[in-house]
Design a protein around this ligand. Structure first.
Ligand code: S3P
Length: 442
């Protein structure tokens, strides 16, 4: 749904200082779901209290799981066991959250009761057959409406363990099948066409589930129960990405420090891409937070050069490609991204949305069916400034706010309320390092 909030980003030339970004969205969703069906109480700290994750939290409560939230980022989940959830007395509203809808489709397809999943105008247009199809192969009763939500799930089915070859490298599809596989009569295997994020696998193993990976092949044995967990959610690499690019474009002398960033290698394709563009990013104090690697990042202003992005890095950087396009617009020469057709079915068609914004800012580029070619401008302002639309997509809105570091004039970004789906507090963090972004009524 379009809304009446906008960002006004005035041109600034430098950023400095340090930030700690909020918790990881993917891990926060999974923490609530797995803790909810575990045995006993789980303690989650660093939880991302964003609209997407709060939709998952509300849904788990509606399914009978008691959840306390002593502070926005601390959550206590009283697990009800694998078979302890009960029917919600209404449709479960996932808001803008594709991850919540896809993972719940898997989890709920294995329950004894019926469920319905709905979402906002953007989510109601997103493809759901990609999860429905393998779940039906397992014997689940999952119905979409011409491929999109509402998703109706019939309960009381006995699920079969299957081997599923995913046509897309989607962690959401893989996770939905693995969640259903927790309840199947035999082992479930998912084979991916390329590496994709593995938070579900790591967390399932932490909960004591017998899960093995062999290259692109993941196999899960249905457990008797899930162990409860104590989990400290790392900062979201996808949120850090905006500050990484900001630092490369304009960090003053000592650099910009981004603290406590999750560096799961299935998420950090952007680091490899930006480094091969000449980006100076140091990984400091690497450590482990439970099953996930974490570190601080020190980013220095860098002269970027355009590159052809290796297609195997694309699934490892899929959510960061909008802000990569901003970096590419400031690099010397051409940057080419291909193999990214999945961008067309995110919270917006991100290829079309970024192209519209780049066009309005007079950035020379060419849209490809599965990506984009961008002619960068390394000297002087790369973006003209003016007004653009985020198409209600949080990552488009934040990407163009970062562009203000190389803009000739102010950038006005429409329809930004959805920034709260992934990054509450973005504006104040951005301001704290020197960006001049304000949120206002449109
Ligand atoms: C996610 C997987 C990715 C990503 C999304 C979060 C997850 O989607 O774009 O923001 O938490 O599993 P796909 O599975 O569609 O690639």
């Amino acid at each position: 749904m379009s809304d009446a909030r906008k960002f006004e980003a005035q041109p600034v030339r430098t950023v400095s200082g340090s930030v700690a970004v909020p918790g990881d969205k993917s891990i926060s969703h999974r923490a609530l779901m797995l803790s909810g069906i575990a045995t006993g109480m789980s303690e989650v700290s660093g939880f991302l209290a964003s609209e997407d994750c709060l939709a998952t939290l509300a849904a788990m409560r509606a399914l009978g799981v008691r959840i306390e939230q002593p502070s926005p980022t601390d959550v206590l989940v009283h697990g009800v066991g694998l078979h302890g959830m009960r029917a919600a007395n209404r449709a479960l509203d996932m808001g803008n959250a594709g991850t919540a809808m896809r993972l719940f489709t898997g989890l709920l397809s294995a329950q004894a009761f019926d469920s319905q999943l709905i979402g906002d105008a953007s989510l109601m247009k997103r493809p759901m057959e990609r999860v429905a199809k393998p779940l039906r192969e397992m014997g689940a009763d999952v119905r979409t409406h011409n491929g999109t939500p509402p998703v109706d799930i019939g309960g009381g089915r006995t699920l079969r363990g299957i081997e599923y070859r995913m046509p897309v490298a989607s962690a959401q599809v893989k996770s939905a099948v693995l969640l259903a596989g927790l309840y199947a009569d035999a082992a479930t295997t998912v084979v991916a066409p390329a590496i994709n994020r593995d938070h579900s696998e790591r967390m399932l193993q932490s909960c004591g589930v017998l899960l093995t990976t062999d290259g692109l092949r993941t196999t899960l044995q249905p457990p008797q129960e899930l162990a409860s967990q104590r989990l400290n959610v790392p900062g979201d690499f996808s949120s850090a990405a905006f500050f990484i690019v900001a630092g490369l474009l304009g960090a003053s002398g000592e650099g910009l420090l981004i603290q406590n960033v999750g560096l799961n290698p299935t998420r950090t394709g952007l680091l490899d891409i930006l480094r091969s563009m000449g980006g100076n990013i140091d990984v400091l104090n690497p450590r482990q937070s439970g099953a996930e690697p974490v570190a601080d990042l020190l980013v220095r202003a860098s002269a970027l050069r355009g590159i052809e992005v290796a297609v195997e890095l694309v699934p490892l950087a899929i959510d960061e490609l909008p802000v990569l396009f901003v970096a590419a617009a400031c690099a010397r020469g051409e940057t080419v991204v291909t193999g990214a057709e999945e961008l067309r079915v995110k919270e917006s068609d991100r290829i079309a949305a970024m192209s519209a914004g780049l066009q309005a800012m007079a950035v020379e580029h060419q849209v490809l069916p599965d990506g984009m070619r961008i002619q960068g401008r390394a000297e002087g302002p790369a973006f003209g400034g003016g007004e653009i639309d985020s198409f209600g997509d949080h990552r488009i809105a934040m990407s163009f706010a970062i562009a203000s570091l190389r803009a000739a004039k102010a950038i006005s970004i429409r329809d930004v309320a959805n920034v709260a789906t992934s990054f509450p507090g973005f504006v104040s963090l951005a301001r704290s390092v020197g960006l001049d972004v304000r949120e206002a009524a449109a």
